[in-house]
Design a protein around this ligand. Structure first.
Ligand code: ZN
Length: 336
């Protein structure tokens, strides 16, 4: 079968379309023939060795959906021919965290395509816990691409205890996590504002029900305060925007952070933190039940996952360059 593999860690150019043997499912594993997969920045970072794969060549790809085509030993409740969505999170399954549905804290927590062969292939083998029936109402493109970003967004919202009627500010709309956070926060009954450097993206967000949008590079903290401030700020930009994000927060507001695209370090003004009594909340990836709840919001059509563009499977490097350009709104997908 064909698989996109990293033969080196020199960036996107290290991807090669190889002929590889079909993987065989082991005990309590299934093999899925992929119909659609989804791209994440993770696929670029891994290609740069951040983190480096344990073995080369390595097949990346966290998100995917398709049809079960082989069963390993001891698999029950799943049949060949079942249409499934793949949950990208893997873990040991036996530690206290795993048994308490907090797999994100497991020592062996991993992501498909980072820690084991991923979805940028004709077929992928995953543990049975990682396949969920595909709702008929979801397109293959959405089913194959919402997983990692959508679940990450939902976990941020849940960890930050968002409740109906609150105001949310999503900093830097455009990427998959931000677009999902906006839609999910609206599903929770929040009023959502966004920031972007692009007027086109601000206009798109307003067309999707955002209450308003501000320039990411401007004084959006003050502008948000003029509208009463935000109870929750969704952040994955970091040093370039965090000062304004703290300013945008209401007293007692929460700032949930799942990434920092502008760098890892930020000088925190501690008096602002304590006088405004803010909460900084770290969050990363999501649990199996958060994946299932994200899927359910989509199934019920209460939240949407926007797919910006679908590329043919053979054009993965072009699709990754498009993702890297940051021009897109929502997810970038591959049709296999
Ligand atoms: Zn565990």
């Amino acid at each position: 079968m064909k698989a996109w593999q990293l033969e080196d860690t020199n960036g996107i150019d290290s991807y090669v379309l190889n002929d590889v043997p079909e993987p065989e499912p082991g005990r309590k594993e299934v093999r899925v023939k992929i119909k659609n997969s989804g791209l994440n920045h993770l696929d670029i970072w891994v290609s740069q060795g951040l983190p480096a794969p344990k073995h080369l060549p390595h097949t990346t790809g966290a998100d995917g959906a398709g049809v079960v085509d082989a069963l390993g030993e001891g698999v029950a409740g799943i049949e060949v021919g079942d249409e499934v969505v793949i949950d990208p999170s893997t873990s040991c399954g036996n530690c206290t965290y795993c048994l308490n549905d907090e797999i994100v804290y497991c020592n062996d927590f991993g992501i498909l395509g980072e820690h084991r062969a991923g979805t940028f292939a004709e077929k992928v083998v995953v543990p049975t816990i990682n396949v969920v029936p595909k709702p008929a109402s979801l397109t293959w493109e959405v089913a194959g691409s919402f997983g990692l970003a959508g679940t990450t967004a939902l976990r941020m919202i849940e960890k930050a205890r968002l409740s109906r009627g609150e105001t949310v500010l999503v900093v830097g709309i455009g990427g998959g996590v931000s677009a999902a956070a906006m839609s999910l926060a609206q599903a929770f009954g929040a009023s959502v504002y966004i920031t972007s450097r692009s007027q086109e993206k601000i206009d798109w967000a307003v067309s999707q029900g955002a209450a308003g949008g501000f320039d990411s590079l401007g004084e959006f903290g003050k502008e948000m305060s003029d509208f009463g401030g935000a109870d929750l700020i969704i952040e994955n930009v970091g040093p370039a925007t965090l000062k304004q994000s703290m300013r945008a927060a209401k007293p007692g507001g929460r700032i949930a952070i799942c990434g920092a695209t502008t760098g890892p370090r930020f000088e925190l003004n501690l008096p602002v933190l304590w006088f405004k009594q803010l909460e900084l909340i770290g969050s990363s990836m999501g649990t199996h039940s958060q994946f299932a709840r994200t899927l359910n919001w989509l199934r019920l059509d209460k939240a949407q996952s926007t797919v910006a563009k679908v590329f043919p499977f053979e054009e993965l490097p072009d699709a990754l360059r498009y993702l890297d350009s940051g021009e897109q709104i929502g997810k970038v997908a591959l049709a296999h």
